[in-house]
Design a protein. Structure first.
Length: 621
């Protein structure tokens, strides 16, 4: 048996040293080297300040300490080509190269949009691609074509050397085993030492304990990241039971919550209708700003000046983007760490804003301009507790801009829907026109911006927000004419940041830019509370997050604190001595926090994930 193996090995070595053998080796090496280079190129984009600009040296510096892991993961995938013969091997290598390139392009576009890596869970969310062509195309750069040059090289090589392998009748199982096993052994060495031998001092052990998607892609290449991601998605799909440690941390979090005496805001708007307008991509920086001597948000400015205003609300959305905002302001729970909560757990039960108001005989409705399948809104919002859900199919789509029905048409048709509700009511509405890439039609643009700014995404953002602000003004006028504003609280908040979230590098290229155009690092959305008869107006500089919106509204609406204090993960911003927010990347921004408090607040983001996965265990408290 051993002699037979050695003879086969000698034969393989002889074949490799022959001209045809060399050509077959080169055939294997071209996609191997190409995919390694593409992984380095990917790092050259993502570690650059501008992810649309390519810097190979930065990418190489980022990848170099971990390049052996890149080799190993790619060799594992390519080694299976040796189990094919002749044309089958060529086809396999082409297919793997195409798949790897498509994944890297997907990763690159997704990173530019969300500054993180996409999960395999996106495959369950293909309904979200509807009408997204313009937004998706804006996520790619003219230099991305570099990622497909190797197909030309590989194609030409195959054409001119086809005789070297096209007639090969035998597979190469020994070569496959040598490459596959050696790569697996290399990859398994560290986790084997960590988890089996309990050797925590093993070199590079930290990279196998890191679950940040971007870092995982840096350590193991995008190919390795996707392999880990598939495993983690499978692991996270299993039913979760809270551990004793989880329960202890949850109790610790709620025990440290403030228990302050009520102030003048308690129940100030009790009994009124509640109308929430969630504005697409609305950022705080644009409120009360002018361009060319024109106010961009005159309607919102007036509401700010006559209502309650929180300019420092940090976005906390994760992979569910806009749907995560729907979740947070209605449940005061953080979204899942992987995938969209509405897709993965649409039937999860919450001590939610609509449920609590329904206990006070409120009629509740969610009115979306999107199709119900988009982000699985129809099931997610019904799961949250809304009695009624209205989507795209209930509207006369007489005018479309960008992703769908225009804000003007949408608001005009929402008015009669609100008139049909039994009072008091809670209506959750959402705008759409100010979605990226902010390409409002020319006939809708009114700011007369200079050419460079007008063609830039920032100019498009100014025009889009100006348009939406105008439509909100018309909407409120229509509601007032119908008598619906006399007993209604109007709340306006942004679903997430917009132009700075997706197009900051484009803004920085402007030759004539004002300081306020630039990203100040505070990724905040406005939170405005207004009613016609509000006795006082005030701007609160308190730092908060989207999870704080629900308890703040419940306090104003007169809901007993005891009904939500021990289930809401956010806090009432109208009655607090704390000023902080936990971001999606687990950074904590705020003032006068101890290290212990920061760790506790960071932990609750991940515990929220576990509570939702454990059939929303927060309701069992």
């Amino acid at each position: 048996m051993l002699d037979k193996f050695l003879n086969r090995l000698k034969e393989k070595l002889h074949n490799i040293t022959s001209f045809d053998g060399v050509m077959r080796a080169v055939l294997f090496l071209i996609p191997f080297i190409a995919i390694v280079l593409k992984c380095i190129m990917f790092q050259g984009y993502v570690v650059n300040k501008d992810p649309y600009s390519f810097n190979f040296s930065l990418g190489l510096d980022s990848a170099k300490p971990f390049i052996n892991y890149y080799y190993a993961f790619i060799l594992v995938i390519l080694s299976f080509s040796l189990l094919f013969k002749g044309k089958g091997r060529v086809i396999y290598l082409f297919i793997i190269d195409i798949i790897a390139t498509a994944l890297i392009l997907l990763d690159l576009g997704y990173f530019r949009g969300f500054l993180t890596m996409p999960s395999a869970l996106l495959l369950t969310q293909t309904a979200n691609l509807d009408n997204m062509g313009g937004t998706i195309s804006s996520m790619f750069s003219s230099t991305d074509f570099l990622l497909i040059i190797d197909f030309i090289i590989l194609g030409l090589f195959v054409f001119f050397t086809r005789k070297s392998y096209s007639k090969v009748k035998r597979r190469a199982p020994i070569s496959f085993l040598l490459i596959f096993i050696s790569s697996i052994v290399f990859l398994a060495y560290v986790p084997f030492n960590l988890h089996i031998l309990k050797n925590e001092d093993v070199k590079n052990g930290y990279i196998f304990s890191n679950y940040d998607p971007t870092n995982t892609a840096r350590y193991f290449s995008p190919i390795g990241y996707h392999i880990f991601d598939i495993y983690n998605v499978y692991k996270d799909s299993m039913p979760y039971e809270l551990t004793e440690e989880d329960t202890t941390k949850i109790n610790e979090f709620f025990e440290q919550k403030e228990n302050l005496p009520d102030n003048e805001y308690a129940g100030m708007l009790e009994g009124k209708n509640l109308l929430v307008i969630q504005v697409e991509s609305l950022e705080s920086f644009i409120i009360d700003k002018e361009v060319n001597g024109q106010k961009i948000t005159p309607v919102l400015n007036e509401l700010v000046n006559t209502g309650l205003y929180f300019p420092n609300i940090y976005e906390q959305v994760n992979e569910g983007t806009s749907s995560d905002s729907d979740l947070m302001i209605n449940t005061s729970m953080f979204p899942l760490r992987r995938g969209s909560t509405f897709f993965r757990y649409p039937s999860a039960k919450y001590n939610s804003l609509p449920n609590l108001l329904e206990e006070m005989n409120y009629d509740t409705i969610a009115i979306h301009p999107d199709k119900g399948s988009f982000w699985n809104y129809v099931n997610g919002l019904k799961g949250i507790g809304f009695n009624k859900f209205v989507d795209y199919y209930s509207f006369d789509v007489d005018e479309e801009i960008g992703l769908g029905i225009s804000d003007e048409s949408y608001f005009r048709q929402v008015v009669p829907m609100l008139k049909e509700l039994q009072e008091p009511f809670y209506a959750f509405t959402v705008t759409l026109t100010s979605h990226g890439p902010f390409d409002l039609p020319e006939e809708k643009r009114v700011l007369n911006l200079e050419d460079e700014l007008d063609k830039n995404e920032l100019g498009g953002y100014f025009e889009s927000i100006k348009y939406t602000d105008t439509q909100i003004g018309k909407f409120l006028e229509q509601l007032d004419a119908e008598g619906l504003l006399d007993n209604t609280v109007v709340v306006i908040e942004g679903d997430h940041t917009g132009v700075h979230k997706y197009y900051n590098s484009s803004i920085e290229k402007l030759s004539n830019k004002e300081d306020w155009y630039l990203d100040n690092g505070n990724h905040t959305i406005p939170f405005i509370i207004w009613s016609k008869d509000m006795a006082q107006s005030k701007t609160f500089e308190t730092i908060g997050g989207q999870v704080d919106i629900m308890p703040t509204l419940l306090y104003l609406m007169g809901v007993d604190n005891d009904k939500y204090l021990n289930t809401a993960l956010g806090r009432n911003l109208l009655n607090t001595n704390k000023s902080f927010a936990v971001l999606t990347n687990l950074d904590v921004v705020g003032e006068n926090l101890t290290d212990e408090e920061k760790e506790l607040y960071k932990s609750i983001v991940e515990l929220s994930d576990k509570m939702i996965r454990a059939d929303n265990a927060i309701l069992k408290r």
